[in-house]
Design a protein around this ligand. Structure first.
Ligand SMILES: [Mn+2]
Length: 339
């Protein structure tokens, strides 16, 4: 019997409804000059999806560049494809936004997407704010990297070691290394295929979750010490202020994932982390909850995200923003305490 995870096996065991739209596949086959963009503050899924698709197009002999509106995290140079990323990309006829909750998440690169002859969005967020000519959006997909995998399979392109590494990276990070609710059969099957084709699960896990910079640990310690309960303990929140960044020798790259440690607290409905993203009193807020729709709350404050994880920013002072948010959360919370 054929090894189900062999690279020669073209098909997954399961079949999935949301195949890539034919107009997208035709565009990828027929055009020859592409610019691929990920969202601002790119995460593993944004960088991995962009680079996986970029590798595929370059392997097909196409001209392709990748860019992000703000620098990717420090680990990203461990992902194959650093040479594909440009600081100041030029306009291309086909511009594809990946993992963006609407083109607004392209920030300073949005004009390139808007001016494209063919604008495309490939994404798994549930936003309805879509402006592109061609959409491949599947909110049921565990990561945007899953959609890129489906595209590669639909086009019959080989899952090279570089592509497998980028897709595994995208999917593993967006599923919290196979712990979150979006960890599906498809996720596990695709990652098994990627591992069979050259992705190294141990080194990718080590780079992403097995080692941390000291400033991050100090910053996290300060955030955990500062945790406070609100609304009868249903909300747990902390703030990382300018003084915390200075004391920890940290910058904004060091705040990633601190909310995930806060989320470990039991008997809490909503987790909140306020972060002073620069010294001029601008605050970024991360929301996590499986009780309240975080995306809806964040949208009311001009932000966005997923139902269980969302964020927004506001101008300080902190106290004012926190009061407004707690007021909104008290209205959004269902009446009955979870006991
Ligand atoms: Mn994603």
């Amino acid at each position: 019997m054929m090894n189900p995870h062999s690279c020669d096996d073209a098909h997954l065991a399961a079949t999935y409804e949301q195949t890539p739209p034919p107009d997208l596949l035709a565009l990828l086959e027929e055009q020859d000059d592409f610019l691929l963009l990920g969202h601002v503050n790119p995460d593993g899924d944004a960088v991995g999806s962009v680079l996986a698709l970029a590798h595929m197009l370059r392997d097909m002999g196409r001209t392709v560049a990748a860019a992000f509106p703000s620098p990717p995290p420090r680990w990203w140079t461990d992902m194959p494809g650093a040479d594909l990323v440009q600081d100041n990309p030029r306009q291309a006829p086909v511009v594809i936004a990946l993992d963006c909750d609407g083109a607004g998440r392209l920030a300073g690169l949005q004009p390139l997407h808007a001016a494209a002859q063919y604008s495309v969005e490939i994404d798994h967020h549930s936003s309805t704010d879509r402006t592109s000519d061609i959409l491949y959006v599947d909110p049921a997909a565990g990561a945007t990297g899953i959609l890129v995998f489906r595209i590669i399979e639909a086009l019959g392109r080989p899952l090279t070691s570089a592509i497998a590494t980028c897709i595994y990276w995208a999917v593993a990070t967006d599923t919290g290394f196979f712990r979150f609710a979006n960890t599906s059969t498809e996720v596990l099957e695709i990652c098994a295929r990627c591992a069979a084709c050259g992705a190294d699960p141990h080194s990718i896990a080590h780079t992403n979750v097995g080692i941390r910079p000291l400033p991050h640990l100090i910053l996290k310690g300060r955030a955990l010490v500062g945790l406070e309960s609100y609304l009868d303990g249903r909300v747990l929140a902390s703030a990382i202020g300018p003084e915390d960044f200075v004391a920890a020798g940290a910058d904004r790259t060091h705040v990633e994932e601190i909310i995930d440690d806060i989320r470990l607290a039991e008997n809490v409905d909503i987790y909140v982390l306020f972060k002073a993203i620069d010294l001029d009193n601008r605050w970024e807020v991360s929301l996590r909850s499986s009780v309240v729709n975080c995306a809806q709350v964040a949208r009311d404050f001009g932000g966005g995200g997923h139902a269980e994880a969302a964020g927004f920013t506001f101008d300080g002072p902190l106290e004012k923003g926190r009061t407004r948010l707690l007021d909104a959360l008290s209205k959004a919370l269902p009446d009955h305490h979870h006991g």
